[in-house]
Design a protein around this ligand. Sequence first.
Ligand SMILES: [Zn+2]
Length: 231
Amino acid sequence: MPSLAIDEISIYDNTSVLFDEQLSLRLGLVPIKADDLSLFSVPEECECGGAGCPACQLGMTLTAEGPCTVHSGDLRFADPGVKAAFEKIPIVILGDGEKLMLEGTVTLNRGTVQVRWQVGTQCGYKNLPDIQISDQCEGCGKCVDVCPRKILVIEESEGKLEVTDPTNCSFCKLCVNECEIGAIKVVPVEDVFVMKIDTDGSMPAKDLVAGAAGEIKRRASSLSEQLSELA
Ligand SMILES: [Zn+2]
């Protein structure tokens, strides 16, 4: 899934305690979000052929003088619809009279090229837990006490055991072990998955999943086209 990142910078003045290279690495990893990402093209796929044009390159500047802490929110982008995903990422602390003056370009690209364009930071999945409670359950509540995720409750009016949020179950099976009469079963639903995805903040997880699905579709049809040319 393509995203924006600071790709190249030219440093005109840097009297901070950080070397130019360290500063560049920090700036490259600042997550950047755009109001409309579809306005940008990956340079290699751009109509300009990668030479650099408004569709595939966006200018940015950073000017600061100490004493102050330079934050991601101090970055200035040529497009008002583009900004740092978080305002308060510290970049460098400038002492009295220390200066920073640089400009650079922001480009759209993918995490497969370099980590600075990677939107997804964590991703994990599990089968959907199916917590089955048999009629033998006497509503003693021992399982409610041992559940670390607190997803079991005794329903007040009828005194029966209920599951509040099965997706939050971690399959620890402490409830199963605690139940002396064996009234609880926890089994994974084989064809349903619960996914957890975290992003760098440049886009919501929902957009990332939808965008990634679109990306797979695009690559699959491109492969299919190339194969049909061979046949
Ligand atoms: Zn271009």
